[in-house]
Design a protein around this ligand. Structure first.
Ligand code: SF4
Ligand code: SF4
Length: 465
């Protein structure tokens, strides 16, 4: 993948007037950011040189010289992608009743589930679709997702067995059904495994993730994590809620100690009302999250082993090399309905799993319509057409292409429309500030995967120090 490595530090003298670079305070002792928000071009300058840099100099010249390339690159990322992945929900059912789940209770307690033949038929149709526009050497991704996909274990394992050479598979699971046989099957085939765990001890983790009878599942999840030790293709998702924020740093310790290679510390998606009850405030979430990132860094420095916080690494990459980002919540339009879509057990397609509890966002049915037609349906266009330029308050935000104003499902359900912000604006702002501070201090590489920039191309890196 080609991408621009954006400027790092500039000390430039003044030569020409500048209208487009905008100062963005990153709460750093010596540096401030300058951003050209349309193209996501940025630089860091010493505070005492801000006036000079705004008036002209090396940074401005670079912007002028490369603006067209950066603009094209950003347009390609925002409007030129075609789907390369599907979140495949083989069942609406779940054996847990987590407090923030985006799938309505009635669906999770007794909803539809695909059988083996339906999973295979769906994979067949998906394969034909992806082959139509993806190069043969690039495999599309299928992530079995939930509700709890391992409730349909026999069907999805048959799919992985039959289509292992045509898709890259992943499973996102609550880990309660991840026994030794399942782990052996999945790891033998290189399937990516994502587990969910919300705390470092049962008393915290079980507050939000419980069975229908109220029993916690902490011990089972930890057993699965320990069984996966040494497997590079697994990660743990921790949803940050008001219930676990004070324990987030201890959670990082726990994950590092259990040799988890990567995790995600995700905000609570507030699409459904239940999730809003456990949502932390922006300031509390930001404080706990940044402390957790610092802890992950300290552990890396003392042990030499990284616990990559993947959603934060993605923000850093969005700043350093926008088109190399791997997750698609922090760009607008987001990835929903354009770089991937979600399949429900009855064959309905939704722009993203986040919309699966909202029937109005079903764009059509995989078994009855061409996927291209569904991607162009009004519900899909509502999501894939949500441009940050039309979102109140985000349209003038200097960091809008490092944030993306997630999430359209939240904006629509919680705040009343696609032209509204989602739930965590101030948190996203703090996250970008912190990322830029790390870059100013030269610490950012410590937070990234090894080899994250393989295949990227440096288009602009002036005055790096
Ligand atoms: S922002 Fe929301 S709808 Fe878009 S990809 Fe992320 S979770 Fe899905
Ligand atoms: S949500 Fe907030 S930080 Fe993100 S683009 Fe909008 S105004 Fe900026």
């Amino acid at each position: 993948m080609t991408a621009a490595i954006r400027p790092v530090l500039a000390e430039g003298p003044a030569t020409a007037p500048l209208a487009t670079l905008e100062p963005f305070d990153i709460a750093h002792p010596t540096h401030i950011a300058l951003v050209e928000s349309e193209t996501a071009f940025w630089g860091l300058v010493r505070k005492e040189q801000l006036a000079d840099a705004l008036a002209g100099g090396e940074l401005l010249e670079s912007l002028r010289a490369k603006a067209e390339i950066f603009g094209r690159e950003m347009d390609l990322l925002r409007f030129g992608l075609k789907p390369s992945a599907v979140y495949f929900n083989p069942t609406e059912r779940c054996n847990l009743n987590c407090s923030y789940c985006y799938i309505p209770e009635a669906m999770r307690s007794g909803g539809a589930q695909m059988d083996r033949a339906t999973v295979l038929a769906a994979l067949d149709r998906l394969h034909s679709y992806f082959r139509g526009h993806m190069p043969a050497e690039r495999l599309p991704q299928v992530i079995f997702h939930g509700a709890e996909p391992l409730l349909a274990r026999e069907a999805i394992f048959a799919g992985i067995e039959a289509y292992g050479d045509r898709f890259r598979f992943g499973v996102q699971t609550n880990a309660t059904l991840l026994d030794e046989a399942a782990i052996a099957f999945l790891t033998d085939r290189g399937v990516g495994i994502g587990l969910s765990l919300d705390g470092p001890i049962a008393a915290v983790a079980d507050r939000t993730r419980r069975r229908w009878n109220g029993d916690g599942v902490f011990d089972q999840v930890v057993r699965a994590i320990d069984r996966l030790k040494g497997y590079p293709g697994f990660n743990v998702i921790c949803t940050m809620t008001s219930e676990n924020l004070p324990h987030l740093t201890a959670m990082v310790d726990f994950l590092h100690e259990h040799q988890v290679p990567a995790c995600m510390l995700n905000v609570t998606r507030c699409t459904l009302a239940g999730a809003r009850n456990v949502r932390g405030s922006d300031d509390d979430v930001a404080q706990a999250y940044l402390a957790a990132l610092e802890r992950a860094h300290a552990l890396y420095r003392t042990s030499g082993r990284k616990l990559v916080v993947a959603n934060f690494a993605n923000i850093l990459i969005a700043i350093l090399a926008p088109t190399a980002r791997r997750l698609m919540c922090d760009i607008s339009p987001c990835g929903g309905g354009r770089s991937f879509f979600a399949l429900a057990p009855d064959g309905s397609l939704f722009p993203c799993s986040e919309f699966i509890g909202l029937p109005a966002f079903a764009g059509g049915n995989l078994f009855r319509q061409p996927i291209e037609e569904i991607l162009d349906s009004p519900p899909f266009r509502l999501v894939s057409g949500r441009r940050i330029e039309q979102v109140e308050g985000c349209n003038t935000c200097p960091i809008r292409h490092f944030c993306g104003s997630p999430c359209p499902a939240e904006a629509y359900e919680m705040n009343g429309g696609m032209e509204r912000k989602g739930a965590f604006c101030r948190f996203y702002e703090e996250q970008v500030r912190y990322a830029l501070r790390l870059i100013a201090d030269g610490r950012h590489e410590d937070f990234l995967w090894e080899g994250w920039d393989e295949g990227t191309e440096t288009l602009c890196s002036i005055g790096a120090a």
